[in-house]
Design a protein around this ligand. Structure first.
Ligand SMILES: *Cc1c(COP(=O)(O)O)cnc(C)c1O
Length: 405
């Protein structure tokens, strides 16, 4: 064991500044411990986490049952690669299939890898099943999308920060406005293989599409034999008060992508869930990942899924989300333009005259609440799904006070 001296806050920050790439601009809070909805900084100050690591920590920080599963599996077997089988993967398949009503599953690690996997599989489906000429497959995506940071994915981003300077880009994508079903239908051609979309656009600022949009999208995709791929990496696994956000829309996607909370924040685990023959096109050797489907990831994911249902976190997200959004709507502040939310995926959009969301997020941090500013004028709020009514009320009091300040 190496002994290391704890540093003071300024030292942590200055070392990060000196040695780390500056691809993030975090709040200057240095966290060292977490439990349920609470995190503590190195000075012992406690904060209510209203970001949940972008919804990766839906189950709450350091959930004891997920921790126990991780420790137990880490002492037994961590990685075999998919060259051999392990005794955890089959269980994860069965449990995930039952929970999400899926027929085929492909495990990966990060969310971006799940997105890339779906793009590869659906292109292959286009050539082998739909009969699209080789090299011509087209995938339609929505404006203001966020699907990850790999080169293939930023190739169809409409965010100048995500794309700028990273070309040349991968071809084969078309962008239509989010929430506009007519534009989707007009963009579909004979070579369209898929429509890839988030049920609610999280990174764009919790943008909820108009009612009925997804029913029309589902119908259009079915009529044109276009695979509907829902990216539920952020909306999935309870965040919106349902196991998958598609339930709110009364639809079923052909392919669903999950990640983030699939491990309760312990470990990167993602998966492509398929209800159609899309994953069937991948044959041995055509796609893979050294860590994808490893026994440690499977054991952690199994525990993360188990506590979601056993502890009624999804129902709690629904109830606490209703309380939270009602509380946000009752805040009377001239700064607030709109409150949006579904379940515990919430946002407060401020008027441009408010001078940006960052100063409110800083004020909240001093009041013991950690939230995230997005796109300049929006405060995103997404606490772990285990939050209690008292904790919601605490957050609301602080948000109210910060927005009056
Ligand atoms: C976070 C996120 C991703 C990317 O996941 P990573 O694990 O960061 O690669 C993709 N899609 C959505 C909707 C996300 O929120």
């Amino acid at each position: 064991m190496t002994l290391h001296q704890p540093l003071d806050v300024d030292a942590y920050i200055s070392i990060e500044h000196r040695l780390g790439a500056h691809n993030y601009k975090p709040l200057d809070v240095v966290l060292t411990r977490g439990e349920r909805v609470w995190v503590w900084d190195v000075d012992g100050k406690r904060y209510l986490d209203c970001l949940s690591a972008y919804s990766a920590v839906n189950q709450g920080h350091c959930h004891p049952k997920i921790l126990a599963a991780m420790v137990e599996q880490a002492g037994k077997l961590t990685l075999t690669s998919r060259a051999f089988r392990n005794d955890q993967l089959a269980h994860l398949y069965e449990e995930l299939a039952a929970l999400t009503d899926s027929h085929k599953i492909l495990p990966m690690n990060s969310g971006a890898e799940a997105v890339e996997t779906a793009i590869k599989a659906v292109r292959k489906w286009g050539y082998e099943v739909k009969g699209v000429p080789e090299g011509k497959a087209e995938i339609i995506v929505a404006s203001d999308n966020f699907h990850g940071r790999t080169l293939g994915i930023v190739s169809f981003s409409t965010d100048p920060d995500a794309r700028g300077g990273f070309g040349p880009f991968t071809p084969g994508f078309r962008v239509v406005p989010f929430g506009d079903a007519d534009a989707l239908e007009a963009a579909i051609g004979p070579n369209t293989v898929a429509f890839l979309v988030e049920p609610i656009q999280g990174e764009a600022g919790v943008m909820i599409p108009p009612p009925g949009y997804f029913r029309r999208v589902r119908d259009i995709c079915t009529r044109h034999r276009v695979t509907l791929i829902l990216d539920e990496i952020q909306t999935g696994l309870g965040r919106t008060g349902r196991i998958l956000a598609e339930e709110h829309e009364g639809i079923v996607a052909d392919v669903t992508l999950i990640g983030k909370a699939l491990s309760g924040g312990f470990y990167p685990v993602s998966a492509v869930l398929s209800n159609s023959d899309v994953l069937g096109t991948l044959k041995p050797g055509q796609h893979g990942s050294t860590f994808g489907g490893n026994p440690l990831a499977c054991a952690v994911a199994r525990a993360a899924l188990r506590v979601l249902t056993e502890e009624d976190m999804i129902g709690n997200a629904d109830r606490m989300g209703a309380r939270f959004v009602a509380g946000l709507r009752s805040i009377s502040s001239n700064h607030v333009k709109e409150v949006r939310g579904r379940g515990l995926m919430l946002a407060v959009e401020l008027h441009p005259e408010a001078g940006g969301a960052r100063r409110f997020v800083e004020a909240l941090r001093h009041r013991g609440v950690l939230a995230k500013d997005t796109h300049g004028h929006t405060i995103r709020i997404a606490p772990p799904l285990v939050i209690t009514a008292d904790e919601v009320d605490f957050a609301l009091e602080q948000i109210d006070a910060a927005l009056r300040g």
